[in-house]
Ligand binder design. Sequence first.
Ligand SMILES: NC(=O)c1ccc[n+]([C@@H]2O[C@H](COP(=O)([O-])OP(=O)(O)OC[C@H]3O[C@@H](n4cnc5c(N)ncnc54)[C@H](OP(=O)(O)O)[C@@H]3O)[C@@H](O)[C@H]2O)c1
Length: 330
Amino acid sequence: MSPEPRIAVVGATGAVGRTMLEILAERDFAAREIVPFASERSAGQELPGGLTVRALSEEEIDGFDIALFSAGSGVSREWAPKFAARGAVVVDNSSCWRMDEDVPLVVSEVNPEALDAHRGIIANPNCTAMQALVVLKAISDAVGLERIVFSSYQSTSGTGKAAVDELEAQTEAILHGTEPPAPEVYPHPIAFNVIPQVETFKDGDDYTTEERKVIAESRKILGLPDLAVTCTCVRVPVFTGHSAAIVAEFDRELSVERATEVLSAAPGVVLAELPTPLMAAGGDVAYVGRLRRAQGAPHSLAFFVAGDNLRKGAALNVVQIAEIVAAGRA
Ligand SMILES: NC(=O)c1ccc[n+]([C@@H]2O[C@H](COP(=O)([O-])OP(=O)(O)OC[C@H]3O[C@@H](n4cnc5c(N)ncnc54)[C@H](OP(=O)(O)O)[C@@H]3O)[C@@H](O)[C@H]2O)c1
């Protein structure tokens, strides 16, 4: 790879894509050129930093060293192999390749060694799983992790820009005493509500597709194929920051004191008395707190995690992976 890679950002006008561009700038990522791509609709649009959006086309995708994808699974399925075939290393934010055996699924602090096996495409994990895994990895290195019960509180920016607009419009209407616009993104109004469904129920499954991602990706990233995971993903009227209440069960005793010690030394983790999404939004760490014994289960701990879904949950981890790739360490 050339010392200063040429980088494509695909989905650059979206919630995650914009955050990727911000983080590349914040971290002074040494790039020869950064080229933003989006759909035909956005071609020609000016983005901060004087970047002009291009539409994806066969003619425009040559000569990239790294391509950061965040434009949904359909776009990744079609275009990621094309970028990879032309020599770029793709880091993909969608769920398209995550469970593919040949594609490493990487949280930069948890399993960077998996990057060595990449064949041109690297997958970035689900945003809800990501921040919890930074915490769970640290604990599972100290004792054997056997089971987790995972209940999420997910913000609207996790669905993308249209969902953020829906929460804003409904909230504003209600606060001004007018009829709120009917829900389009979610199955129920999201303002002043809580919806116990994230993504969809597929083929009669009683877990949603989001819950299935948390289950399967946690097992793959932690290297624990038999980990028992019960997961309930819930959408809440928060703009940015996903949280999760987790009960983790181990193969032996782990005291609150020892867990606190382990977590205070874990990279990307900060202990907080009361972690909240507002505290986490705009930052790069997962906050963990409310650490206590779980009742009735001797080898268990309960705790609460909050992180920024657009940053560590998506864009930051992509950029951290790109930094490892650019440094020639993968
Ligand atoms: N939001 C999160 O917290 C989060 C976290 C982890 C992973 N992800 C994943 O990241 C991806 C993007 O999410 P998002 O929240 O940023 O969505 P978003 O705000 O809706 O943005 C979607 C982006 O994809 C572009 N796009 C759509 N169709 C395209 C096409 N045919 N060709 C090229 N570009 C196209 C859009 O361009 P236009 O503006 O031109 O339409 C826009 O830039 C999804 O796969 C999502 O699952 C999101």
